[in-house]
Design a protein around this ligand. Structure first.
Ligand code: URA
Length: 435
């Protein structure tokens, strides 16, 4: 196989065979295809696209480049969830305990945050003592015993994707549906779940900016997952503003617990978790239809079983379960300050990515993989798109380590908001579900 020939083939719009794709990924992972040739291939794929068979071949080749998790020691249906990345996205913290309380097994490997989006693993470490680096044996045992474990990635999953994603990042080839689908699904398939639900974010704070792009990605993800023999659904959700109210690790945990404890009115976060959860339960065969699934999920909030499930997971991973019921045991920032609005009007837009950067500025996010983070800091928004606000009324509360940082962050947060004189039209939060 000559890489030059494969590049020319794709450049001319021809399809690549299973053998060609598999060999290309094997050689690239082994360092035998140079980055300049792989960049040309990625660009050719970006312009020419791939059919479903090629995307599946690419996905499976990348999955096989590293370790895969065999979840067969876990009894029952295993489910996993993936989000394409958003600001204030604490969905897993709510969804996973609810679904586990309904009897679906959650054996989830999760990542740390980088840049303006946070990672579930960091958020969970807000529980004093919580350990995310547990052995495989303990991970399986916890899932069999209590139905849920969320751990940091230990296995060397999809090294081909790691290398390829870094290359795409610097060659303008990230926004290609076949490359995104194979990148995401290779990792999800390697994680071993039977049921996979995907939360595809759409809007200014996501890398799919329009509902059409998000729908195309959602359809690609579910088609490849299904072709690979898993049960899949994707939900397309708005990321034109942060999800919910809190952005920052411990602050997001507190918001998630408020939802699980039934202390908050039905909002977007709960609606998203009910939609994702209903898809999991129906695909897992634990509910006949969406209405029955939603009712089962809601009952886990009413009877306290979802909150109890979270506490059991925290305890099984050496954390302090009392913090689930007493939020004062979670990290809290030394300084809190309000951000008064400079004008009267209606909130027309909140730049999600910039709110994520405010939290990062406070020390809540990582600039590099090695950076330490402050779990206590962040922002709690009081005004969301469509809300009326009076001059001087607080847009949000900054939680900071010191007064100087708080003042800087307040200025930055004010700039994230845009206003109009008339109420902005709110687009639907859930933009569609793809099976
Ligand atoms: N997330 C991934 O894991 N891969 C992509 O290509 C894009 C987003």
């Amino acid at each position: 196989m000559r890489m030059t020939d494969l590049i020319a083939k794709k450049r001319d719009g021809e399809r690549l065979t299973t053998e060609e794709i598999s060999e290309m990924i094997r050689l690239y992972t082994a360092g035998e295809i140079p980055d300049y040739q792989m960049s040309a291939m990625c660009m050719a794929i970006l312009f020419r696209g791939m059919d479903d068979g090629e995307i599946l071949d690419l996905t499976m080749s990348m999955m096989r480049s590293g370790e895969t998790l065999d979840l067969s020691p876990i009894r029952g249906v295993k489910a996993d969830k993936h989000s394409t990345g958003g600001v204030g996205d604490k969905t897993s913290l709510v969804l996973c305990p609810m679904v586990a309380a309904c009897g679906v097994k959650i054996a989830k490997m999760s990542g740390r945050g980088l840049g303006h989006t946070g990672g579930t693993i960091d958020k969970l470490e807000s529980f004093p003592g919580f350990v995310t680096g547990i052995s495989e044996e303990r991970f399986f045992d916890n899932v069999n015993r209590i139905g849920i474990a969320i751990a940091g990635q230990t296995a060397e999953v999809c090294p081909a994707d790691k290398k390829l994603y870094a290359l795409r990042d610097v060659t303008g080839t990230v926004p290609s549906i076949p490359l995104i689908v194979s990148s995401i699904m290779s990792k999800k398939l390697a994680a071993g779940a039977d049921v996979i639900v995907l939360d595809v974010k759409c809007g200014s704070g996501a890398f799919m900016k329009t509902p059409e792009q998000a729908r195309e990605l959602a359809a690609g993800l579910t088609r490849v997952g299904t072709l690979a023999g898993r049960k899949c659904a994707a939900v397309i959700t708005d990321m034109d503003e942060p999800l919910g109210f809190a952005v920052g690790n411990a602050l997001e945990v507190k918001e998630a617990i408020d939802v699980l404890a039934g202390r908050t009115e039905a909002g977007e976060l709960l609606e998203l978790c009910l939609t994702l959860g209903a898809n999991i339960l129906t695909l897992a065969g634990l509910a006949e239809d969406e209405a029955e699934a939603r009712e089962k999920l809601k009952s886990t909030i009413r009877d306290g079983s979802a909150l109890k499930k979270l506490a059991e997971m925290v305890e099984a991973q050496h954390g302090d379960p009392r913090a689930v019921y007493d939020l004062s045991l979670l990290p809290a920032a030394a300084v809190k300050c309000e951000v008064p609005s400079a004008r009267t009007g209606f909130v027309s837009h909140i730049e999600a990515e910039d709110v994520g950067l405010v939290s990062m500025h406070l020390g809540g996010g990582r600039a590099t993989k090695e950076s330490a983070i402050d779990l206590s800091v962040g922002v709690v928004l009081h005004k969301k798109v469509g809300d009326r606000v009076e001059e001087g009324e607080s847009l949000g509360t900054i939680h900071a380590a010191d007064a100087a940082k708080a003042a800087e962050a307040a200025e930055l947060l004010r700039k994230c908001y845009a206003f109009s004189d008339e109420p902005a039209e709110k687009t639907p939060f859930i933009k569609g579900v793809v099976h």
